[in-house]
Design a protein around this ligand. Structure first.
Ligand code: FAD
Ligand code: SF4
Ligand code: SF4
Length: 412
């Protein structure tokens, strides 16, 4: 897509500058609008011109007709200080299956500092090739530096599919790359399959408040890109006998061109919640009746060495921070044990926890929808049931070591 201004028609009214979301993309030169290299070809200015002086050429560019030049399934390996996010291995395991269906290879993209050993891990989870970009400039995730190097790599190696974890960084990163490459991106996928006839990635995600599942295709652009929520795909057993090829990618990024600097990292206390990785989660809902009810939830979570979750109703009411929220607009979790206390089981909450191994629901309404997904249901007042559970678990666990490190965090 290209954007041009017809100089003869332009009257210098500057309405296009007001309409353009990208500062500096249009400048006035001799009272005529001029498109600069900051233009992203978004087309937002076109309608603003009273003289129809802006011409946006939407002809699909030639790359779109050469989708066959793109091969391979790539997975971005998200890491912090060398520790890889579980979701990266989940999607690497899934990427392996997709690549096998397509008869192609899996590439793991590892960007950071001191990350060489991660290639071996990536091979164990299914990668054939590890593209490793190692430099101190990549120590911390920063949108500019990571996007520049990833876009260069995609343009060089031309993968047909690129997958990211739907984490904070993954969402930021994938969106930026998709815009730069003028390709599509499906966020928060819960399933990925292959249409073998058309060689297309079928990207499925909940839509319209979770009431339908939409399957999205990207037929004419490459790569096909998606982010995948943590815990929705199964991580394969690592096979450390697997070998692969390491491609060390050099980056010529100038640190001065990166617009953000990491000055200091302040640990968020609520990180101790660690909901996504917890084996046991005890969650509270509106049935608690008020913020003080979370003290009881916290006690049960601490007793079991679990983490504390919450429904959106309680987060919206300001009873507990959003970092505890489980569900469609919160975290997706799949613990071994999920105890839902005073939660009705709205579809948006279920979207975030229904793949848990065992679900115990405590609700005084026997008709509550949560019982439809519960392994065990307790019909009763949580203020009567939960204290009994705490006492019984304490007795049963007496003398046994329970890790409370991940437990609850401060929620007040
Ligand atoms: P309620 O639905 O009010 O249920 C309270 C339950 O507590 C009832 O079943 C009641 O019987 C029971 N109860 C009351 N008192 C007691 C007691 N003393 N003992 C035992 N049981 C008791 N919700 C999420 O949770 N996560 C999300 O990510 C999320 N995202 C959303 C996204 C969108 C676009 C929309 C539209 C909604 C979203 N929601 C989400 C909100 C969701 O639709 C529900 O409104 C919410 O989950 C309800 O929370 P709740 O179950 O705590 O409250
Ligand atoms: Fe600005 Fe978009 Fe118009 Fe380019 S196409 S000048 S970025 S509004
Ligand atoms: Fe020129 Fe049209 Fe921009 Fe006005 S809106 S300055 S006429 S291009």
């Amino acid at each position: 897509m290209t954007v041009k201004i017809d100089e003869k028609s332009c009257i210098g009214c500057k309405l296009c500058i007001a309409a353009c979301p990208f500062p500096g993309a249009i400048e006035m030169v001799n009272k005529i609008a001029v498109i600069t290299d900051k233009c992203t070809s978004c087309g937002a200015c076109e309608e603003s011109c009273p003289k129809n002086a802006i011409k946006v050429d939407r002809e699909v560019d030639s790359k779109a007709h050469h989708v066959e030049n793109y091969k391979g399934v790539w997975v971005f390996i998200e890491q912090r200080d060398g520790k890889v996010a579980n979701v990266s291995y989940e999607i690497l395991s899934e990427g392996r299956k997709l690549a096998d269906e397509l008869g192609t290879h899996v590439g793991a993209v590892i960007i950071g500092e001191n990350i060489n050993t991660l290639a071996k891990q990536a091979f164990a989870y299914g990668a054939d090739i590890a593209y490793v970009v190692e430099h101190e400039v990549f120590k911390h995730y920063r949108t500019d530096s990571y996007t520049d190097v990833m876009v260069d790599m995609i343009n060089t190696y031309k993968p047909e599919i690129v997958l990211f974890g739907a984490t904070n960084n993954g969402r930021d990163f994938a969106a930026r790359i998709a815009v730069r490459l003028n390709t599509g991106l499906t966020a928060d996928c819960t399933a990925l399959t292959i249409d073998k006839t058309e060689r297309l990635l079928e990207q499925t995600r909940p839509a319209f408040g979770g009431n339908i599942m939409a399957t999205i295709l990207c037929p004419t652009r490459r790569p096909q890109m998606a982010t995948v929520r943590p815990n929705v795909m199964k991580m394969a057993e690592p096979d450390y006998s697997r070998k692969g090829t390491v491609i060390e990618v050099q980056s010529n990024i100038n640190p001065d061109d990166i617009r953000t600097k990491v000055i200091k990292i302040i640990e968020d206390t609520s990180k101790t919640v660690n909901l996504v990785d917890a084996d046991i989660i005890v969650s509270g809902g509106r049935g608690l009746g008020g913020p003080e009810g979370f003290t009881l939830i916290e006690e049960l979570a601490l007793t079991l060495g679990g983490a504390m979750g919450a429904s959106r109703a309680t987060v919206d009411a300001g009873w507990i921070p959003h970092s505890h929220q489980v569900g469609q607009t919160g975290k997706t979790v799949a613990p071994k044990l999920y105890i839902a206390c005073g939660i009705s089981g709205a579809i948006q909450h279920l979207a975030g926890m229904q793949t848990s191994d065992t679900i115990i629901a405590i609700n005084k309404d026997p008709e509550a929808s949560i019982f439809n997904v519960a392994t065990y249901g307790i019909v009763g007042d949580l203020y009567e049931v939960v204290p009994v559970l705490i006492d019984e678990f304490k007795k049963a666990l007496k003398g046994k070591e329970v890790s409370n490190e991940v437990a609850c965090g401060k929620f007040a």
